[in-house]
Every structure is written in structure tokens, then in C-alpha cells.
Design a protein around this ligand. Structure first.
Ligand SMILES: C[S@@+](CC[C@H](N)C(=O)[O-])C[C@H]1O[C@@H](n2cnc3c(N)ncnc32)[C@H](O)[C@@H]1O
Length: 289
């Protein structure tokens, strides 16, 4: 795992409080990569495609309860409520995002199905077995103790519940010094306390008692996100706008090229990580009895 000791949680919250309107303008309601399957998709369609592909793998059924960790402006939560007809609780560090997402749910007539709360995912607690699906797109990069989080989160899932995550990842080990430096730059530029490899996520899932843990590498299908971002920042006065919002937002734009290079050189990967909680009768503790 590549770590970055220079980031504080308050800084992450502030970044999303100040920067979310900017993200809304740059990317729309989803603050995450797009997934290009045909190459013909618009950026907005590609972002929805990523959500759709993860939802398909999570096998979300009508009426199920989904916990959306790091819900941003509510893009996933609202999409899942509408398309999968599930109930969703979205949590975010940012009060601005929480309010925006709640207003969006009201405007779309989804306020009964989707709720949003301002919560630190690493400090929250839920009753055992209270969720069918733990969903998270591009939030776990910001968590400080990812192993501990998955250990606790596995307890919140009902037997047979699923974990469905998309994440920025450090590339498979061993990384060269140059690759390591690239990942460190990405961590600093995008406020990640660490970036872990797919292998490490899968190990944490196993240690948390989850089964059928698997990883799909989507790097080639998402890389275009950063080509488009770089093109947009060259065309539009985004750098001035970002710097006016917050000095750190300016730095964020400087790193679009870094992350693209990190993917292109294998220093980083992007993908989905999936796992399941064993059904009641297959759970290791039940088997022992
Ligand atoms: C890149 S955005 C992704 C947002 C959303 N999942 C999406 O795809 O549109 C990262 C999100 O993670 C949230 N986040 C980061 N650390 C968190 C924490 N400790 N607890 C809850 N949310 C957190 C941020 O507030 C932000 O909403």
C-alpha cells in the first residue's frame, strides 16, 4: 500500500464542501470515472455505464437496502433508487453534498426511498445484518484504515449480502521507484491517505469473513476520463475557476496528467471489487457449531 501521511480528514471534508459545485459543473451529478464500453458514449453516459455495470454485479433487487458509502452529490444513490427500486442511505463527509443530494431526492420524488446523512464512514455504526448491499464508488481511497472499515462493514451486512466497490488502486506489486512516486503524487493531489492494490482489498475482504471476492480491471475502459478532463481544462477557464474556489482545487487540476500517466504506466489500476457475506448456513461460525 502506498501511504500519504500529509492528509487530514477535515481537509477532505472541506475539499468536498468547497469543490462540489465545481465537480457538478465539470462532471455532473456523478463524481467518478466514466466507463467506455463502445467508445461512442458521451461522458455522462459513460459515468452512468459505470454505475450500471457495478449495479448489475451487485445484483440489487427491488426493496433491498443499500448503504452508499461516500455518496457525493447523490448520483449513485438516486440512480439505484430509480433503476433498481431499492432503498438507499447515502453518507458523506460533506454537509454541502448531503444537502444537495437531499434536495435532488426531493426534486425527483425519491425522498421516501433515499436518505442522506453527513457521517464519517470510519466512525459510524449500524446494527448487525442491517444492509443488503454495501456500495461505494471512489470513496475508499479517502479512508485512513481501510482494513478496519471492511471488517466492521462486513458485520453490517445480512448473510448473503454483497459488497460492490469501484476504486482507484495502486498497481500490482512490485512497483518501481518511479511508479511509486507517481502514486504518491496522486495521493497528495487527490487527498488520499493511501492507495491500496486490488490484492490488498481482496485480502481485507477475506479477513472480514467475506467470500467470492473478486476484482475486475477496468483501467483501459476508464482512462478516457482523464483525457477528457485535460482537454476541458485546456479549453475552458477551469484553472482560474478552481483556484478561485480553493487553492487545493487548483492543485487538483494540475494532477489530471499525473493520474493518466499512472494508469498508462501500470503504477495505478482502476476497477471494481466484489464480495459476498456467506449465507447463514455457510457462515464459518455456524459451520463450527
Ligand atoms: C470522489 S467522491 C465520490 C462520490 C460518489 N460516490 C460518486 O461516485 O459520485 C468521494 C466521496 O467520498 C466521501 N468521503 C470521503 N471520506 C469519507 C468518510 N470518511 N466518510 C464518508 N464519506 C467520505 C466524500 O465526502 C465524497 O462524497
Amino acid at each position: 500500500m502506498i501511504t500519504n501521511p500529509c492528509v487530514h480528514r477535515a481537509e477532505i471534508a472541506r475539499h468536498y464542501d468547497l469543490g462540489s459545485l465545481f465537480y457538478r459543473l465539470l462532471w455532473g451529478p456523478h463524481i467518478h470515472h466514466g466507463l467506455w464500453l463502445t467508445g461512442e458514449e458521451s461522458p455522462r453516459e459513460a459515468q452512468e455505464e459505470l454505475t450500471r455495470q457495478l449495479a448489475r454485479r451487485a445484483r440489487i433487487r427491488p426493496g433491498e437496502k443499500v448503504l452508499d458509502v461516500g455518496c457525493g452529490l447523490g448520483g449513485s444513490s438516486l440512480w439505484l433508487a430509480r433503476h433498481c427500486r431499492c432503498e438507499v442511505l447515502g453518507v458523506t463527509l460533506s454537509g454541502f453534498q448531503r444537502n444537495w443530494a437531499a434536495a435532488s431526492a426531493l426534486l425527483r420524488g425519491l425522498a421516501r426511498q433515499v436518505r442522506f446523512r453527513k457521517l464519517n464512514a470510519e466512525a459510524m455504526d449500524h446494527p448487525a445484518g442491517s444492509w443488503d448491499v454495501l456500495w461505494s464508488i471512489e470513496c475508499t481511497e479517502h479512508l485512513f484504515d481501510k482494513a478496519a472499515f471492511f471488517h466492521r462493514a462486513a458485520g453490517w451486512l445480512r448473510p448473503g449480502g454483497r459488497v460492490a466497490i469501484c476504486a482507484w488502486l495502486a498497481g500490482p506489486e512490485p512497483l518501481s521507484d518511479q511508479q511509486t512516486r507517481l502514486v504518491q503524487q496522486v495521493c497528495r493531489g487527490f487527498l488520499c491517505p493511501s492507495l491500496a492494490s486490488a490484492r490488498e482489498y481482496l485480502d481485507w475482504f477475506h479477513q472480514a469473513g467475506l467470500v467470492n471476492a473478486r476484482f475486475e480491471d477496468w483501467t483501459p475502459q476508464v482512462m478516457r476520463t482523464w483525457e477528457l478532463c485535460q482537454r476541458r481544462t485546456r479549453r475552458l477557464p477551469l484553472k482560474r475557476l478552481a483556484a478561485a474556489v480553493d487553492q487545493r482545487m487548483g492543485q487538483f487540476l494540475e494532477h489530471f496528467e499525473t493520474i493518466h500517466r499512472a494508469y498508462a504506466t501500470g503504477a495505478m489500476q482502476y476497477g471494481c471489487l466484489l464480495a459476498e457475506k456467506p449465507p447463514e448456513d455457510e457462515h464459518p461460525e455456524h459451520k463450527r457449531r
